[in-house]
Design a protein around this ligand. Sequence first.
Ligand SMILES: Cc1ncc(C[n+]2csc(CCOP(=O)(O)OP(=O)(O)O)c2C)c(N)n1
Ligand SMILES: [Mg+2]
Length: 592
Amino acid sequence: MTAPNVNTLWAETLVAELVAGGVDAVCLSPGSRSTPLTVAFAEHPDIKVFSHLDERSAAFFALGRARRTGEPTPLVCTSGTAAANYHPAVIEANQSGVPLLLLTADRPPELIDSGANQTVDQEKLYGDAVRWYRDMPEPEAEPRKVRMLRTTAARALAESTGADPGPVHLNCRFRKPLEPTPVPDDDPAGVPAGWAGGDDAAEVGRDGPFVTTSQGVAAPDERTVRRVQDTLRSAERGLIVAGPADQGLSAESLERLATATGFPVLADPLSDLRFGPHVDRLDVPVCGGYDGYLGSDGVDEWSDPDVVVRFGASPTSKPLRHYLRDADCQQFLVDPAGGWSEAEFTATDLLVADPDATADALAAGSLGSVAASWREQFARAEQTHWDAVSETAAETYWEGGVLSDVAALAPDPATLFVSNSMPIRDMDRFGRPRDADLTVLGNRGASGIDGITSTALGAGSATADPLVLVTGDLAYYHDMNGLLALGRCAVDATVVLLNNDGGGIFHMLPIDDHPTFEDQFRTPHGLDFEPTEALYSLEFERVADRRQFRERFGESVRADGTQVIEVQFDAGDSHAVRARLAERVAETLAGD
Ligand SMILES: Cc1ncc(C[n+]2csc(CCOP(=O)(O)OP(=O)(O)O)c2C)c(N)n1
Ligand SMILES: [Mg+2]
């Protein structure tokens, strides 16, 4: 490797090792201090560059890519507040276990706290929200240091992936010259003569990554497997609950466990198990309507489950979380990260092991059979719920009806990103399980309404699937900057914009009748989003009813380019429909 100066050498070495470790894309934002990294990434032939002008959007875009792929896409920004703009996405990545690799450029240490321009304290900027932090030493063409650099690249990738994935932060210090300008080899910023000609591994690297990391898969030990199997075998009313997880339990392992146990499956829309061929193939019901009927009067009389096997994070559905909280039974939580994601404190057993390895090991034994009446109870409740959803959709159009249509009409395959607030709740309640390869993603780690568009577009950039984003109006407003990625990063999407002029979710809270409700909670803004069409070169269309929506949605998912389909609702009316629908289900179930 020939490098004009030590910064170039350092950055090229880091990038080469990341590429050797599997990195094939980067999110770059403009700035001066990051010049060595930016040039090294931009000029690498095997790197696809996603250029972002806004670091907050950049980090959410990288988050979205990682949600879709399970692999980190490095982020590069300059020093100062640029790095702080990564923070919201870092928090989300930390709390939902998504790989991120943050390469923040920084000044040499003597300039910290000196009044130097664009210089802030970037040491451990993201606190405990990262899996690993490293304040990188200043670049130097010294074999031991360069071996450290190569090893650091391998370690950064390993620390951000594996059983407990998350963000990794390397604070990269550079002193001038930052550009690839030649510096004499006897200058401190120069590369010593003969460096490029050596064959030391520090100088040229290895054939492949400098350090190959192999991460084992934790399987439960035999005694644990036997103990859990004994409990499952004696159960009459077992359940499998699949919570949110981007790279969690596979459909194949779920099928094996569900077949062996006969337990109904309650599949969160973010579990990647709500949709897929297993839905029709399994004899046990794969349930998606539980948010609408658990906790209703008709279900009150049901017996509690006597055992629950849970995968993934806490379910999106509050009625399900409460149902599990109130069930006096043994609950096994399988969590490879050992993260104790247990807001209701209902688990009685934590199995720190790989979900597939655990499900497969449990399914290998004979587990007896669960009472048929237990399964039928869920199957009947599901049927009642979905009948009520389609009858209601035929009579009236409400926000939940849009989510029901999106789940039913999304092409196979498709990637769906669903915003926080009511859209994800409505997808949870009204997105009917079906045999289609739908990857449904959301930001439920910290449930922010920021960065939604960018995360969706990042996910879209990592797949050939058609991309659908369902967003609320405040979430759309919050990340309008993210729309620039449509053109700059060449991503197409169908954006379903549910515009109820403010935060419709707040109607569900007791603050609903307080004098401050309108101005400080619902916050109607009256914004007309149509001009985003001209600003971001997309097609914007407002539809008036269900027929129009279904027609435009169907056209858009097959079309090139990006279409924003806005549907306007009154949030109060939508809540009234949700309530009526739930009553209808409860009455039918109570009458059964
Ligand atoms: C960054 C951030 N700020 C504030 C909130 C609090 N919050 C939760 S939902 C919501 C309203 C969202 O409005 P919209 O996107 O229009 O969805 P709707 O409630 O209408 O379904 C707000 C402000 C949040 N979750 N994240
Ligand atoms: Mg809204």
